[in-house]
Design a binder for this molecule. Structure first.
Ligand SMILES: Nc1nc2c(ncn2[C@@H]2O[C@H](COP(=O)(O)OP(=O)(O)OP(=O)(O)O)[C@@H](O)[C@H]2O)c(=O)[nH]1
Ligand SMILES: [Mg+2]
Length: 380
């Protein structure tokens, strides 16, 4: 069932005109506010970018001295230090350079692993970086720019806005482990869909906790979107059924269904999700049109396991990565893209309603390595 249906869905995807103020999570992200978004992303997104940056600085500076004596030394631990004049030094041509040799590559790989890229992906990125550059002297800005290019190349194919379909309602099922950010993401998405002029309904399918329902109602109020609820402990599948019937009857554009994320008892969760899917498909054979897996970036490499698990439980059609503003080492997104190739629709960069952004691979790559957005990328 999953593959055939996926293709079907993709074929039916249509692009909708967007309201001017919509944040374009489901459309083109190139706009006048791109620089300010990049700044926000860079300011907030990664504790890791500064770490990676510092690591690179230390690596090249110390290695540059060693390179003069022909015997390159192993890289020392990154030392925290401000580098205000980095770009200025490049312009002045005085930036230290280090020969890209095996030692240097190994240290670089370690830095990427520390940024949560995973061993496999870090190795691949380092190897690609070395191609055509091995043995050459490189400065930090040159390495950053080459790294960003490699990372963006991996991310480019997965950076896809949430596809919209002519189906009415388009059913969006949201899954993920406890605390990943499902409910918050639904609230943010609902608000942006509303801003784009779409009618939206939310189903509080996490009937496990009364607090979960209340939380969703708060988000629904903020977004100006009705929330369908059911008593605590009642069957989420029956709520899904009622919500879809009502959404159909009212001609709503989008129905978003929240789910519980308990992985402690995986059999229960699997049965619960399977039942929701069965019930939805009885009413609407193509539903859900999107199954979003929400991942918390601060869980690091564990996000990879979560994708494995949820792909078995549900036909995951795309990812949302939350909490990139926290202590996340955002490299895990690169690992996810490299390993699974699932579309990344959006990233969460805060707890407020507008803190959900379309995923832009170039911006992400530059923010991750602590680089600058080049002027040529800033046209609209
Ligand atoms: N900093 C930050 N916090 C976030 C982001 N997304 C969600 N959160 C916070 O993460 C916590 C959990 O978010 P929820 O939306 O409740 O997560 P959930 O997946 O619905 O959790 P359960 O219902 O328990 O399964 C909340 O405190 C959110 O405010 C984000 O992008 N950045
Ligand atoms: Mg929740």
């Amino acid at each position: 069932m999953p593959c055939g249906q996926m293709h079907n869905r993709v074929a039916k995807a249509a692009s909708f005109p967007l309201a001017h103020n919509a944040l374009a999570l489901f459309g083109n992200n190139r706009g006048a506010d791109r620089m300010s978004f990049f700044k926000k992303l860079k300011d907030r997104m990664f504790k890791s970018s500064s770490k990676l940056e510092e690591g690179l600085d230390a690596l090249v500076e110390d290695g540059a001295d060693a390179a003069e004596d022909s015997e390159p030394q192993a890289a020392p631990a990154p030392k925290p230090q401000a580098e205000p004049g980095l770009l200025g030094r490049v312009m002045g041509g005085g930036a230290p350079r280090r020969v890209l040799d095996d030692d240097m590559l190994e240290s670089l790989e370690d830095l990427l692993i520390a940024a949560d890229m995973g061993v496999e992906t870090a190795g691949r990125v380092a190897a690609n970086l070395a191609e055509g550059r091995f043995g050459r002297k490189m400065s930090v800005p040159e390495i950053k720019s080459a790294l960003a290019e490699e990372i963006a190349r991996i991310m480019e194919p997965v950076a896809k806005p949430l596809p919209l379909y002519p189906a009415r309602p388009q059913v969006v099922l949201v899954v993920g482990v406890n605390g990943a950010g499902k409910t918050t993401t639904i609230g943010k998405l609902a608000s942006q869909f509303r801003a784009a002029g779409k009618s939206v309904m939310i189903a509080a399918g996490d009937t496990f906790r009364a607090a979960a329902v209340e939380q969703l109602q708060v988000w629904g109020d903020r977004a100006g979107v009705p929330v369908m609820t059911a008593p605590e402990g009642s069957d989420p599948a029956s709520l899904a059924h009622d919500a879809l019937s009502r959404a159909k009857a009212e001609g709503v554009d989008l129905l978003m269904i929240d789910t519980a994320g308990r992985l402690q008892n995986r059999t229960d969760l699997m049965e619960e999700l399977a039942k929701i899917l069965r019930v939805l498909r009885k009413l609407e054979p193509d539903a859900p049109h999107n199954t979003l897996l929400v991942l918390d970036a601060t869980t690091g490499q564990n996000a990879l396991n979560q994708v494995e698990i949820f792909r078995k439980l549900a036909d995951v059609s795309g990812l949302v990565m939350t909490k990139l503003d926290g202590t996340a080492r955002g490299g895990v997104l690169v690992a996810l893209a490299d390993r699974f190739g699932l579309p990344i629709h959006a990233i969460g960069v805060g707890e407020q309603i507008d803190d959900l952004q379309a995923f832009d691979p170039e911006e992400f790559a530059q923010a991750l390595v602590g680089g600058e957005l080049s002027a040529k990328q800033d046209d609209s």
